[in-house]
Design a binder for this molecule. Structure first.
Ligand SMILES: [Zn+2]
Length: 417
């Protein structure tokens, strides 16, 4: 198998450590090495450490020049909604002019417009729209990308979305992790009576979930648990059934109001509770005492013009494991730029650079149940690397909005260069 040795890097951010999330103070050590090299063979990392030793031990390896570059583990984007049809750029100005969620929906925008649009499109169209988006995410450093369904909201259209993810996963070098988000919203065709709400949940659990599980179309189930969307009790019902069907669990929790979403994620032993801009003190305490990763999405709050970012500092100081992700989606976070999320992590969430890098790698991996597979530059791990034009890791969030990523390698293959 061909070997490559990545040499002359200014720094290597290894995030090396145990195969689990980094919690609290553990997040402040990103394992930065200097005068070091990385060797990969096939799909695996085989060595990281002092460059002269590795040059001696692997003389036949093909050399990759990384001068004036910082190597990090391939970034792990653990929360995206990348399967959608058209962009929703018109809503940005409407929001700036003061229109709220309900008014934008009344003008034909919002999530229901993405649902109506996706339902009209074929699997091939959705594939062709998603493929360049995923390559663009990789061009900013992401090598593992979680992708949720949730703009179909019918048996046929949710399966269509997840089948697109499966086709993409077989095509691109990046690792794609499919999540079933049939409970993203109650679709308009189930809103004529309150009884219909229960009918939608029955459809999810009795018709859709068995197919998702049998065809292994998703690794995780997720629910948008928020007042006015899915209640705590409904979320518990949907996720408990999903777990019985063999899926791991994730939760959209406490984005807008503190109502116990984080506590429910901990109760159900979900791999992650995501958003958390409005998490309560009790929710912070519950996360800190659990293995559930707190996944924060600061790009969403910035893009929506909100000022209440998630309390990353309180979560980390309490001992929780924090991950960062893009929340890439057409309504509230249309960005491919994961390093920009690191900028927001430092400048708005008041994380250190080491904490932000850990959040985007080892903890993102833990939020996908992949802590033993990716998110670290360590022997045995997947050969997932991002190489940034920089002489110091602190430049990655510093040059904000810039695309400093020189190349990205996933499972030993270049995704872009
Ligand atoms: Zn989301």
């Amino acid at each position: 198998m061909e070997q490559f040795i990545f040499v002359d890097a200014a720094q290597i951010v290894t995030c090396e450590g145990p195969a689990r999330s980094r919690r609290g103070a553990e997040m402040s050590d990103a394992g930065v090495q200097t005068d070091a090299a990385v060797v990969i063979e096939g799909e695996r990392i085989v060595a990281v450490g002092a460059q002269p030793h590795l040059e001696r031990d692997f003389p036949a390896a093909t050399r990759i020049d990384c001068s004036h570059a910082v190597i990090t583990p391939g970034l792990v984007d653990s929360h995206t909604h990348a399967i959608f049809g058209r962009a929703r750029y018109e809503e940005q100005e409407q929001r700036a002019a003061g229109a709220g969620y309900m008014e934008i929906a009344a003008r034909g925008g919002g999530i229901h417009s993405s649902v109506a649009d996706l339902r009209k499109r074929t699997e091939d169209e959705l594939y062709d729209l998603a493929l360049p988006r995923l390559l663009r995410l990789a061009s900013y450093g992401s090598t593992t990308i979680e992708i949720k369904s949730g703009y179909g909201l019918s048996v046929e259209d949710e399966l269509k979305s997840l089948r697109v993810v499966a086709r993409l996963a077989a095509t691109v070098p990046m690792r794609l992790v499919p999540t079933w988000l049939g409970a993203h919203e109650i679709p308009l065709d189930y809103r004529d009576t309150s009884q219909r709400r229960g009918d939608y949940i029955s459809m999810l659990l009795n018709e859709l979930l068995p197919i998702v599980a049998t065809e292994k179309l998703a690794h995780f189930a997720d629910v948008f648990c928020e007042p006015g969307v899915f209640t705590i009790d409904e979320t518990r019902t949907i996720l408990s059934a999903s777990r019985r069907a063999g899926l791991g669990l994730k939760l959209h929790a406490d984005e807008l109001e503190p109502h116990g979403g984080a506590e429910l994620a901990v109760e159900l032993q979900a791999v992650s509770a995501d958003h958390l801009a409005a998490v309560s003190a009790a929710g912070i305490g519950a996360l800190a005492g659990s293995a559930t990763v707190a996944t924060l999405l600061p790009g969403t709050m910035m893009f929506l013009g909100k000022h209440n970012q998630a309390p990353a500092r309180s979560l980390i100081d309490a001992g929780a494991a924090v991950a960062l992700a893009t929340d890439f989606n057409p309504g509230t976070s249309p960005t491919f730029n994961f390093p920009l999320i690191l900028t927001l992590g430092v400048s708005q969430l008041r994380m250190t650079v080491a904490e932000a890098l850990t959040a985007a790698t080892a903890n993102g991996a833990a939020a996908l149940g992949l802590a033993g597979e990716t998110g670290q530059i360590a022997p045995g791990y997947s050969a997932d690397l991002a190489i940034f034009d920089a002489d110091d890791a602190r430049e990655i969030p510093y040059w904000y909005g810039d695309r400093r990523c020189r190349s990205t390698w996933a499972r030993g293959k270049p995704c872009h260069a």
